[in-house]
Design a protein around this ligand. Sequence first.
Ligand SMILES: [Fe+2]
Ligand SMILES: [Fe+2]
Length: 272
Amino acid sequence: MNLSISSKPEHDVHIRRDGRWAGAITSRPLPDDATLDDLSPTQRLVLADVWRGRAASERRVSESFTVVRDALVSLDAPRDLVDLATRAIDDEMRHAELSRMVASRCALQEIDHPPRLVLELPLHAGASERLRHILHVVGQCAFNETIASAFLEAAIAEATAPLARAALRELLSDEIDHARIGWALLASLDATTRAEVERWLPPMAIANLRMWRDAHRTYADDASLAAHGAPSVASVERALLLAFRDLILPGFAHLGMGTAKIAAWLEAGAPT
Ligand SMILES: [Fe+2]
Ligand SMILES: [Fe+2]
């Protein structure tokens, strides 16, 4: 049975009409999914909870991109990066609404917007104001969005259900652009500034991995859940470590930034 769930952005979830899909939540309508009927009521509730949790995180990431956009303006960053960050504020609002819509389909009823999560910015104590701006962009984009891309790729690999596959692909199509903001900003900096950034990277790596690990320990592994977009803990862990080894470390190394400390931490099993 498929429930007709339309987009109903509420009070604090505003989708821009001049956004990426001209006010639509997705590039194409989400498909019906008869495979949801094969799930037990308990599985459906767990999935609704997972997707509702995603809606809350995406909403908070939108807020984080407001900080990224303002940081880029303060840094006098290239205009195309400011534009991309401005678009990302709206992209993440769409992600929040998309995730809420999937949660509603799983629950067979309209799910409310989840309560707002508090955005807590890292202090980066001792860093200059300029460096703090840079570190926020690096943390949100080069780390978090790169990890998000690897996570979504892994989730898509396990997802066989049409609705989950379509939703995860829509999310992935934006996260790659969002990650690029961080890498492009780093590439635009001089070598001295990149060296300053370098010493902050190990604690940022640990904090990001801890956050992603914790976010996926809220449900028990179940192949049926993975088919609908809730991958197993083991596959999430593989994706997270792959993001560091194959994307993040080579990215920093390509920019001439030292990665030995993070490499040693990964070698030691990446304790958080
Ligand atoms: Fe997102
Ligand atoms: Fe994103």
